[in-house]
Write a protein that binds this ligand. Structure first.
Ligand code: 16G
Ligand code: ZN
Length: 505
């Protein structure tokens, strides 16, 4: 009855259909009161079901300031289990309080969620700096209180990855305040800096300054206030809730253009560094104690073909998954060291528990005999990377610190890093169609299986272009079919994308 009376203050907006999607619920903030209230309910139920701490993050990332959004962090610190997404959709769209109560009752029965003789629900709440955040936080808290007395802990204004990190830490019995987060990042960063070979740490003559853009540059253009004075400066760009990271520099040819160093190149830099540390370990630790750590990298079909070639040339196992962080993350979790990145800058490095355990034992054993040996340093670096880089989700702050330390370690400038390989020219288009679900793909979205014959037609187009590659997929966030094409020239990529878009129409 508390739920009935309380939820009557939170009726969903009429004529709007909300969908949890890959990034949680997002809409104009004025439409979200009831949604956030209901996500509060969902979080309490999820915590009761798992008997672990859950997170609720209120943000719309890089969207405009009048928008807002809400998403859930599961106990592992990852995204909400896909298995609960349909319930999230149904909950958000239930028209009346009675419908809502019915829905919850049915779900509680189906999932066998216990209310008595169990630990109370515990939920960490975070939000970004949007002005609507406070009122939505209140709605979330009321949702949390309406089903059962859940413990709601307001963690304040945070980035999305900070909240995910806190949920994960809390469930591992670790301290999980913002102070602890920064403490872990700064101590592991310091540790990696101290392990830089003395002859290298020079930044290749580059200015020792990093400029960080907080989502002021959304398109591939120079951010406001940038110009010719900034040519040569190392710049990083974070999206609105700091779960995506790219680097860039103002192009020396034209101060209105940027050279973008995207997620693929961050992945390549990380893979090089980790690969080097693993090689040192494998060469030097005597074979009977060695641990053949499996290193795997994970990309999507959007990864520039030049990056995939480069990674394969390094002898790495390159895996493709469909678009969406949850798929990449799951795949990467299958390796001892799994590095995943989307080209758009979302990614991280995952370490298996058994490998971390081995590294800890190894550094301990090595500490007596070969103090300061190369293999011990390599093991210490890997351990520090595992602490620095967010194990829950892609995190621009921790990713940025790792990029900085690796550039320093290699003695590389931004240009040197950018020259690892040259991106193939590419083009993306979107096609409005009556029903985007008519396009069904397989093999990590690289081939169309339905409608029949479409893939054959695409292949015939691709064959006209040197280094041509193209694929189409239904968007997960918009009512469109997306087209991607790359080729040896920009004209080729543009023309291939156009031809393929015409095939889709
Ligand atoms: C979501 C995904 C992102 C993906 C994008 C693709 C998460 C947290 N976010 O924003 O990874 O790149 O969707 O959008 O999974 P699309 O399906 O419209 O192309
Ligand atoms: Zn984001």
């Amino acid at each position: 009855s508390l739920l009935l009376s309380c939820s009557s203050h939170y009726l969903p907006p009429q004529g709007v259909k909300l969908s949890y999607g890959t990034a949680g619920f997002r809409a104009d903030a004025s439409l979200l009161q009831s949604t956030v209230y209901r996500v509060g309910i969902l979080a309490a139920l999820r915590s009761l079901k798992t008997q672990l701490v859950i997170g609720v993050m209120i943000t719309a990332s890089h969207n405009k300031v009048s928008d807002n959004g809400v998403k859930i962090a599961d106990p592992s610190g990852g995204m909400l289990s896909q298995h609960w997404e349909p319930f999230a959709d149904a909950l958000a769209n239930a028209p009346s309080p009675q419908d809502l109560v019915q829905l919850i009752n049915d779900f509680v029965k189906k999932e066998n969620i216990q209310f008595s003789g169990v630990k109370p629900a515990e939920v960490l709440l975070g939000r970004d700096t949007r002005p609507s955040g406070n009122a939505l936080l209140k709605a979330a808290k009321e949702g949390l209180a309406s089903v059962i007395a859940a413990v709601a802990i307001d963690m304040g204004i945070l980035t999305t990855p900070q909240l995910h990190w806190m949920v994960r830490a809390r469930n591992k019995g670790m301290k999980a305040s913002e102070h602890d987060y920064f403490g872990q990042l700064s101590s592991s960063f310091r540790c990696l800096m101290d392990l830089i070979p003395r002859e290298r740490g020079t930044f290749g003559g580059m200015k020792d300054k990093l400029v960080v853009d907080g989502a002021n540059g959304k398109e591939k253009v120079v951010p406001h206030g940038f110009g010719s004075k900034d040519v040569g400066t190392r710049c990083a760009s974070l999206d609105g809730d700091a779960d995506r990271l790219v680097y860039f520099c103002v192009s020396p040819e034209s101060s209105s253009k940027i050279n973008l160093i995207d997620g693929d190149k961050i992945l390549s830099l990380f893979a090089l560094f980790i690969g080097e540390q693993l090689r040192i370990l494998n060469e030097q630790v005597d074979t009977k104690n060695s641990y053949q750590a499996r290193l795997g990298v994970v990309q999507t079909a959007y990864a520039n073909g030049a990056s995939t070639n480069y990674l394969k040339q390094l002898g790495l196992e390159v895996n493709l998954t469909p678009t969406g962080v949850k798929y990449l993350h799951e795949k990467a979790a299958g390796f001892d060291v799994g590095i995943y990145f989307e080209a758009n800058g979302h990614g991280t490095i995952l370490f298996s528990e058994s490998f971390i355990g081995w590294l800890e034992a190894t550094t301990y054993e090595l500490s007596s005999g070969s103090k300061g040996s190369e293999e011990k340093k390599a093991a210490l670096r890997l351990l520090a990377v595992g602490k620095l880089i967010n194990q829950a989700v892609g995190d621009a702050l921790s990713g940025l610190l790792l990029v900085e330390v690796i550039l320093q370690h290699m003695g590389w400038s931004l240009d040197r890093w950018n020259e690892l390989y040259q991106d193939l020219p590419s083009r993306q288009l979107k096609v409005k169609v009556a029903d985007r679900t008519a396009v069904v793909t397989a093999n990590a979205e690289t081939v169309v299986v339905s409608p029949p014959c479409l893939q054959e037609a695409i292949n015939a187009e691709i064959a006209n272009y040197p280094q041509g590659r193209s694929f189409v997929r239904p968007s997960g966030t918009e009512d469109v079919v997306r087209v991607y094409a790359e080729a040896s020239t920009q004209e080729g990529a543009d023309s291939l994308a156009c031809s393929v878009a015409q095939l889709v129409e």
